[in-house]
Write a protein that binds this ligand. Structure first.
Ligand code: SF4
Length: 381
C-alpha cells in the first residue's frame, strides 16, 4: 500500500496526515442546471455519506430526507431500491436532490439498469446477491456507457455461497476474495470507475478486511461498520472501525450506520473526520473531563460552545480548549488557539498562549464564541 503525503492530497487538511494512494472516481449531479462533481479517492477530501430510511417511491418524503441529510452535511445520499416503483421514482429524486444520489441495489440487476437510466450518480451493487455473471457485466457496461461509478459493496452478512463455504465464516479473507473477484470482473470489462467496501458488523474483522484489501488494490474505499447499532453503541463502533482505518490513511468516503435518525450518521461521520483533523476546516473543541480541582461550571460552558460551533459551522481550523482549573488548565488552554481556564467563578481567556482577558462564569461561552467569530480581525494595538 502506497501512502502519500504530497500537498495535493493534503489541501485544506492538517499536515502530516498520510493517505493511501487510490484511484479517483467522479460522481456527477446537476442542481438548477449546473453540473457538479464530487470526487472520491485520489486525494479528494473524504466524503460523508448517509442513507434515507423512508420508502424511496414516496418521492416527496424521500426528497425531504435527502435535503435534511444534505443540510446536516451529507456529501452523498444513498437510497434503497427494493421494488420496481422505487426504481421508477429515481429520476424525480435525482432531479430534486441537492447532492449526488446513489442507488442501492440488491438481487435485481434490472433496477441497477433503471437507476443508471434515471441519472443516479453512483450505483451500489452487492456482489453476494447480484445474480448471474452476465447480469453483473450488463450493469457494468451500462455504467461505463453513462460514466457512472459502481460500488462493489461486499457485506459480511451476504457473501457468495461458494466463498462462505470455503472459509466457513465471513472472515476478512472471505470478504476480500469476494471484492477482488468482482474487481476483476470490472477489469475484464475495462471498467475502472469502481469504489469498494467490505463491511462487517464485527469491528475487528471490519478493520482487518479493509487493511487486507488496501494492500491488494488501489480502488478507492468506502468505509463502514455495518449494523453498528443505536446511538448508544453505533458511534463508538463506527469511531473505532472507521477511525482506525482513517488513522492508517485508509478510506476515501465513509458512512456511519446507525439505528437512529440518519442525521446523526452525518454528524458522527463529520466528528470522526474532525477528530483526526481530516475533515473540512472547523473548530475543534477540547474539554477537560473535570476532577476534584474543578473551579466552576465547565459542563454548561462546553455544552454552549459545542452547540454554537455545531450550529454556526465556523470554517476556521481552530483548537478551542475549555479547562476546569488553574492547575493543568492554563497549560492546556495556552497550547490551543483559543482557551479558557476556570478559577473561582471567573476564567482566564487565552489566545495563542497569551492571556487576553478575564470573564465572569456566565460570560465565558459568549466570550469564546465572540473570539472565534472575530478570529481573523487584527489584534488591537
Ligand atoms: S484541567 Fe483541572 S479540573 Fe480539569 S481535569 Fe485537569 S486538573 Fe482537573
Amino acid at each position: 500500500m502506497e501512502l502519500s503525503t504530497d500537498e495535493s492530497t493534503q489541501a485544506a487538511q492538517a499536515p502530516q496526515r498520510p493517505r493511501r494512494h487510490s484511484r479517483q472516481v467522479t460522481l456527477r449531479h446537476t442542481v438548477d442546471g449546473v453540473e457538479h462533481e464530487t470526487k472520491i479517492g485520489g486525494g479528494a477530501p473524504i466524503t460523508v455519506q448517509s442513507m434515507t430510511t423512508g420508502k424511496t417511491h414516496d418521492v416527496e418524503g424521500c426528497l425531504a430526507e435527502v435535503r435534511e441529510l444534505a443540510e446536516a452535511g451529507a456529501d452523498v445520499v444513498r437510497v434503497a431500491v427494493p421494488r420496481p416503483e422505487d426504481a421508477d421514482a429515481l429520476s424525480a429524486i435525482v432531479a430534486g436532490s441537492p447532492v449526488p444520489i446513489v442507488a442501492d441495489i440488491h438481487f435485481n440487476h434490472t433496477y441497477a439498469l433503471k437507476a443508471l437510466e434515471a441519472g443516479v450518480a453512483k450505483v451500489r451493487i452487492n456482489p453476494g446477491n447480484i445474480g448471474k455473471p452476465e447480469w453483473e457485466r450488463e450493469v457494468l457496461r451500462a455504467a461505463k456507457d453513462k460514466g457512472v461509478p459502481i460500488r462493489i459493496g461486499v457485506n459480511g452478512g451476504s457473501l457468495e455461497k461458494d466463498i462462505l463455504d470455503k472459509y466457513g465464516y465471513p472472515r476478512p479473507e472471505a470478504l476480500v476474495e469476494s471484492a477482488l473477484r468482482h474487481a476483476e470482473v470490472c477489469d475484464r470489462e475495462d471498467f475502472q470507475d469502481v469504489v469498494i467496501s467490505v463491511k462487517h458488523s464485527d469491528v475487528y474483522f471490519m478493520i482487518q478486511s479493509y487493511r487486507l484489501l488496501a494492500e491488494q488494490t488501489d480502488y478507492p474505499l468506502h468505509l463502514g461498520v455495518t449494523e453498528s447499532g443505536s446511538m448508544k453503541t453505533g458511534p463508538i463502533k463506527s469511531s473505532i472501525g472507521i477511525g482506525s482505518l482513517l488513522a492508517d490513511g485508509i478510506g476515501d468516503t465513509i458512512r456511519v450506520s446507525l439505528a437512529a435518525d440518519s442525521v446523526n450518521e452525518v454528524k458522527v461521520g463529520h466528528q470522526i473526520l474532525k477528530s483526526l483533523r481530516l475533515g473540512r476546516p472547523g473548530v475543534n473543541v477540547i474539554a477537560c473531563p473535570t476532577c476534584g480541582r474543578l473551579a466552576g461550571d465547565l459542563f454548561s460552558v462546553v455544552d454552549e460552545v459545542e452547540e454554537a460551533v455545531a450550529k454556526r459551522g465556523f470554517e476556521r481550523d481552530l483548537n478551542v480548549a475549555l479547562m476546569g482549573c488553574a492547575v493543568n488548565g492554563p497549560g492546556e488552554a495556552a497550547g490551543a488557539d483559543l482557551g479558557v481556564s476556570l478559577g473561582r467563578g471567573r476564567a482566564h481567556v487565552f489566545k495563542k498562549g497569551e492571556i487576553v482577558g478575564t470573564v465572569d462564569q456566565d460570560e465565558i461561552a459568549d466570550a469564546v464564541i465572540d473570539l472565534i467569530e472575530r478570529w481573523d480581525e487584527p489584534a488591537a494595538s
